[in-house]
Design a protein. Structure first.
Length: 108
C-alpha cells in the first residue's frame, strides 16, 4: 500500500467529516484516483479525465467519501459498483456525452 495514497485517504476522511469546502475538495481529489483507475478499466485507451469528472460531479457525498476511503488500497469491487451506479444516472450520461465524447473523438 502506497503511503501517499493512505495519507490522502485518511486526510479525505477526516476533512470530509468536517463538511468544509477544503474537506470536500480533498475527498473529491482522493476519490478521483480510484475513479480514474475504474474508468480506465471500463474504457481502455479512452481519455479518462472527462468521464472521471462526470462521475465525481454526479456522485453523492457519501459515495465520494466511500470511494476516497478505498483509494488507498486501489480499485475494488465496491468502487467498481459505485462507479457503475453513478455512470448509469441520466445526469452522468448527459455529462459524458457533452464532455467525454468530444474529447474521445478529438483523440482519434
Amino acid at each position: 500500500m502506497r503511503p501517499d495514497l493512505l495519507l490522502a485517504a485518511a486526510a479525505a476522511l477526516l476533512l470530509a467529516g468536517c463538511n468544509t469546502p477544503l474537506g470536500t475538495e480533498v475527498a473529491r481529489t482522493a476519490a478521483k484516483s480510484a475513479v480514474n483507475a475504474e474508468v480506465q478499466r471500463r474504457f481502455p485507451g479512452a481519455p479518462v479525465q472527462p468521464v472521471t469528472d462526470c462521475v465525481i460531479d454526479n456522485a453523492t457525498g457519501a459515495e465520494i467519501i466511500e470511494v476516497a476511503a478505498g483509494a488507498a488500497s486501489g480499485t475494488d469491487a465496491r468502487t467498481a459498483e459505485i462507479v457503475g451506479t453513478v455512470l448509469a444516472r441520466p445526469d452522468t450520461i448527459r455529462c459524458v456525452l457533452a464532455e467525454g465524447l468530444p474529447t474521445l473523438v478529438g483523440s482519434l
